[in-house]
Design a binder for this molecule. Structure first.
Ligand code: CO
Length: 140
């Protein structure tokens, strides 16, 4: 089949103190924030730090009942999910559905910075929460 993944869009890391994490990445790697956004529907605040054509996405919960808050309570800080860039989110989701993969989002939905996204459950993806990211502004 034609490869569906065009880039690692982002590596998402759950943190308790967003500003402290941003400062750490700046101090140790010279990484700077390109975009900040609060995604109310997901209950998260995020900061995107660009690395070439990809991002480090630092995530922190904005409310106690958000999935990221539950993740932090259960597992602590650390790698939360990997965002794979795809040309067409709906098409990639259909391929996963057809293979019997467990989906979190049955249909693509709006993500941050104007993207279209869908999450795939870690149960059938070898323990990794995967986000499919369609970014109209991306070059790859
Ligand atoms: Co993400």
């Amino acid at each position: 089949m034609e490869p569906l993944l065009t880039e690692i869009d982002h590596v998402a890391i759950a943190v308790i103190d967003l500003d402290a994490a941003i400062a750490w990445y700046a101090e140790n790697f010279g990484a700077t924030v390109e975009h900040r956004e609060v995604v109310e529907s997901d209950g998260v605040a995020e900061a995107l730090l660009r690395v070439a054509d990809s991002y480090i996405q630092l995530l922190t919960p904005t409310r106690e009942d958000s999935p990221v808050a539950k993740y932090l309570a259960k597992k602590g800080e650390g790698l939360h999910h990997v965002g794979y860039r795809v040309a067409n989110c709906a098409q990639a989701l259909d391929a996963l559905r057809a293979s019997g993969s467990r989906l979190i989002d049955e249909a693509p939905r709006p993500g941050s910075r104007g993207t279209t996204v869908a999450f795939v459950h870690p149960k059938t993806s070898f323990g990794t929460l995967i986000e499919l990211v369609e970014d109209p502004a991306a070059t790859s």
